[in-house]
Write a protein that binds this ligand. Structure first.
Ligand code: APR
Ligand code: PHB
Length: 395
């Protein structure tokens, strides 16, 4: 097999990059380890920055999102029972976010891929990049009891945190930056109307809470829990009781409970690897960086990488601008680090660090909360980052 850009992974990164390149007349082949059902079974976050929304529109996959997604003009920050609305639109000269689940984004992208007729291979085992340092890289993978080989110009490693792409870059050239947090998030998805029309991020002495949503009839809630907590120990009833205990009474009274459609615990982690390119291999999305979910940046940073790599590759193929390839990593990383900073900051601001924090840190954290929530400049700072920082031009 032969293609121009071989893409490893059919998560949002790989599918979106594939769609944009296909529309631009560049051949791609996507190779995914799992089946489509498995990929669609993963419940992930659901807030899209304006730049992500625009990129999905540019890719021609936004019809359902524009119909069913919910445009949110604000979010609420709740500290010590005080509700502070962050008027995103007013604080950012008109920007908003779109509430539309990552699972739905992925579904739309998969459908578009199928309609385009461009090749995608699911349930491929043992995917392996080769000769990435030379001029003719290739991928191998096993499928239906045979080994296959894909020759290509470039490889996009869109295979997530546990993928093979990052591991195929020599450890001697890869620098890993990492922060692990001493807690996780227990998430619950339910077919109940959201407790509030906007998202609520709440700091509470029992731990952080997020009240999110997927639609007007589907809610997503999260509780900060200790790392050693097991999901089996959390009945639905225990979850709802704890959630109410961490919300002000007026909000708790509005809460509609119901059976969980999904419940899971995810640890929180910040991680970045540098560089995001080695030879003809480019890392995209979770393959290169992880953020804690508190800033709603995971999918948006993946889209940010796709935005840069797509625009660079188009110029490479149309204008012979191979000089731009070396710009991908520094350009993508400038935006990644700002997203990492914001995700780390929001996590730091709103969680309870318990014994992992000394008295000084606790006072600083409280002062940060008072400052940011009590100052127009502080609120504007959070809003600007939450809706997403601008992209640099690729030229
Ligand atoms: N070979 C082929 N495919 C692989 C391999 C492999 N060795 N390893 C992983 N994959 C596939 C996974 O099965 C998955 O479908 O790569 C895909 C990676 O998808 P994601 O993990 O969703 O990563 P990405 O597309 O970068 O999307 C980032 O996902 O985790 C969230 O917060 C994150 O929202 C962000 C988004
Ligand atoms: C979600 O809806 O799952 C969600 C929303 C916002 C976040 C994290 C998760 O910051």
């Amino acid at each position: 097999m032969k293609t121009q850009v071989a893409i490893i992974g059919a998560g949002p990164s790989g599918l979106l990059l594939g769609q944009l390149l296909h529309n631009a007349g560049i051949d791609t082949l996507i190779v995914e380890r799992q089946t489509p059902d498995y990929v669609l079974g993963r419940i992930r976050a659901g807030v899209l920055e304006q730049g992500t929304v625009e990129l999905l529109r540019e890719a021609g996959v936004a019809q359902r999102m524009d119909r069913e997604g919910l445009v949110h003009e604000g979010v609420e920050l709740l500290v010590g029972g005080h509700r502070q609305r962050l008027d995103l639109k007013a604080l950012t000269a008109g920007k908003t976010v779109m509430v539309y689940g990552q699972t739905e984004v992925t579904r739309d992208l998969m459908q578009a891929r199928e309609l385009s007729g461009a090749p995608i291979i699911y349930a491929a085992n043992n995917v392996q990049p080769h000769d990435i340092e030379g001029p003719r890289p290739y991928l191998t993978f096993d499928k239906d009891g045979r080994q296959h080989r894909v020759e290509c110009d470039y490889i996009a490693g869109c295979d997530g945190f546990h993928g093979v792409a990052r591991q195929s870059i020599p450890a001697s050239v890869l620098k890993v930056y990492e922060r692990v947090y001493p807690f996780g998030w227990l998430g619950l998805l339910a077919d109940t109307p959201p407790v509030n029309h906007e998202l609520i991020y709440a700091h509470h002495e029992r731990g952080f809470v997020l009240c999110s949503q997927r639609s007007q009839t589907r809610s997503r809630y999260y509780l900060q829990v200790p790392l050693q907590e097991r999901v089996e120990d959390w009945s639905d009833e225990r979850f709802w009781t704890e959630l109410k205990a961490r919300l002000p009474q007026a909000v708790a009274e509005q809460l509609v409970t119901g059976p969980a459609l999904e419940k899971s615990i995810a640890p929180l982690r910040s991680l970045v690897v540098e560089p995001m390119q080695h030879g003809r291999l480019f890392l995209v999305g979770d393959a290169a960086h992880i953020v804690p979910p508190t800033g709603a940046k995971g999918l948006n940073l993946a889209a940010s990488d796709v935005n840069y790599l797509y625009r660079i590759l188009v110029k490479v193929y149309r204008e012979g601008r191979t000089d731009l390839l070396a710009q991908y990593s520094p350009m993508a990383l400038r935006r990644v680090w700002k997203g990492e900073r914001f995700s780390w900051f929001m996590t730091q601001l709103l969680h309870d660090f318990g014994e992992h924090q000394d008295d000084w840190d606790r006072k600083m954290q409280a002062a940060d909360r008072e400052y940011y929530l009590g100052s127009a400049a502080g609120l504007a700072n959070i809003a600007e980052n939450y809706v997403g920082l601008p992209f640099e031009a690729v030229e």
